[in-house]
Design a protein around this ligand. Structure first.
Ligand code: C2E
Ligand code: CA
Ligand code: CA
Ligand code: CA
Length: 277
């Protein structure tokens, strides 16, 4: 009936309103999250396939929300990007990664490469690389202790600006890794121009490669092509010994996944590092 329709409409309007309010509240809380020390950096080991040693780690953010508990980046990174909070967050991640690398070297004599995820938005901020150059200089950490992970989507946004940024990162000694390779709008042309150091095979391919012949062919081909282009290959989402063996016989270089460890909070990661050394 007519009344029903009206009720539905108001209900719909109400839920839209509730959603908008919810979003606004989350934006406000996200803005406060850094000053309130609710953001923390977790580390997931990346293992050298041939020595079995931890030689790298990926830094992954977590939001320890006072009411909701741990919120994973999949649930707040896009909001941070839309609101510009990503700049502050991204700088915090970089500073924090530098501080950790430095401490591990000084306190335990352990020298590892830490990779950080960088959002396409961060590249487009004017003067950004100069700020990072300054942070790196002040930290006393060598540039090649840091790997910047970018996704293929960064490449479509603004190639000229992005290429220039990546060139500057290289000049600082930092390395570049192409994340989630094979899932975006990959173009072989980008790969050629990018001058990256690592390719990370997306975990969806690793997950299915033991059961789907096509995915096995894709992984095998990414490894062969990457090697011919002078890149080192990191397989993500490695969960089983069977996958590890397959990747070993196909000459992959580095492995990351639950088979070794999930991302750990810094104390736990340090214990693992020391035990591995
Ligand atoms: P990503 O860069 O592809 O990171 C890998 C994700 O896979 C992580 O999820 C990691 O915990 C998870 N993972 C690792 N090993 C396994 C495994 O064996 N099996 C399965 N099923 N999953 C595994 P996480 O930490 O939830 O991060 C999600 C995404 O959020 C990341 O995907 C990255 O794109 C983004 N992200 C994380 N930290 C940052 C950051 O500091 N800045 C930006 N811009 N993005 C970030
Ligand atoms: Ca990544
Ligand atoms: Ca990835
Ligand atoms: Ca991903």
């Amino acid at each position: 009936s007519k009344t029903n329709g009206r009720n539905q409409l108001t209900f719909f309007e109400h839920s839209m309103h509730a959603k908008a309010m919810e979003r606004l509240k989350m934006i406000g809380e996200l803005r406060e999250a850094l000053p309130r020390n609710e953001i923390s950096l977790y580390f997931q080991p990346i293992v050298d396939l041939y020595t079995g040693k931890i030689t790298k780690a990926e830094a992954l953010v977590r939001w320890c929300h006072p009411r909701e508990g741990i919120i994973f980046p999949g649930n707040f990174i896009s909001l941070a990007e839309e609101t510009g909070i990503i700049h502050e967050l991204g700088d915090w991640v970089f500073r924090n990664a530098l501080a950790c690398v430095k401490r591990w070297k000084q306190e335990f004599g352990i020298d590892i490469q830490v990779s950080i995820n960088k959002s396409p938005k961060q590249f487009l901020k004017k003067g950004h690389t100069e700020e990072w150059a300054e942070l790196l200089r002040n930290s006393g950490v060598a540039g090649n202790n840091i790997v910047v992970e970018i996704t293929e989507s960064v490449l479509i946004s603004n190639t000229a600006v992005v290429s220039e940024n990546l060139r500057q990162l290289h000049q600082l000694g930092m390395e570049i890794s192409i994340d989630d390779f094979g899932t975006g709008y990959s173009s072989m042309g980008y790969l050629k121009r990018l001058d990256a150091n690592f390719l990370k095979i997306d975990q969806s391919f690793v997950k299915n490669m033991m059961t789907l012949p096509t995915d096995a062919v894709i992984v095998e081909t990414i490894i062969l092509m990457g090697h011919k282009l002078g890149l080192k290959i990191i397989a993500e989402g490695v969960e089983t010994e069977q996958q590890r063996k397959w990747l070993e016989s196909n000459h992959c270089d580095y492995l990351q996944g639950y088979l070794f460890s999930a991302a750990l909070e810094v104390d736990d990661f340090e214990r693992l590092l020391k035990a591995d050394a």
